[in-house]
Design a protein around this ligand. Structure first.
Ligand SMILES: [Zn+2]
Length: 129
């Protein structure tokens, strides 16, 4: 499980408790399998398509964070090289780097905000097979 999916909560349809989902429960959701509630141990499943969509979107958030980090590191390196070869002054380089780092933190904030979700879990349907 990627780091981005840590801290997701799930609300149990049986006992109504809201628990932080563990890695194995998130794995079960990812492969559309039922799993037991940590509190009452009854079978749960993520069935609502809207909820599934929100869950799936977490992967792209992880991608966004990773690619932003690469972009910011590249930008800071380029600024350093430009200062070194004399295309930027020290002040310009520092300003440029600060802006790049600021953008990074804004993206992280955004991702963290979006990641803060509680999945409404439903009672697992009995398997036909
Ligand atoms: Zn429960």
């Amino acid at each position: 499980m990627s780091v981005a999916t840590i801290g997701i909560q799930g609300q149990c349809a049986h006992c109504g408790c809201t628990c932080v989902l563990e890695a194995w429960q998130l794995n079960a959701i990812a492969i559309n399998e039922s799993f037991a509630c940590t509190h009452c141990h009854k079978a749960l499943q993520l069935i609502d398509p809207k909820q599934i969509k929100r869950f799936k979107s977490l992967d792209s958030l992880a991608m966004l964070r990773a690619s932003t980090l690469v972009m910011v590191c590249t930008a800071v390196l380029v600024a350093l090289v430009m200062e070194w070869i004399g295309m930027l002054s020290v002040v310009e380089q520092v300003n440029f780097s600060l802006v790049a780092i600021l953008v990074y933190f804004l993206v992280i904030q955004f991702a963290r905000h979006r990641q803060h979700l509680t999945l409404i879990l439903e009672a697992a349907k009995a398997h036909a097979d």
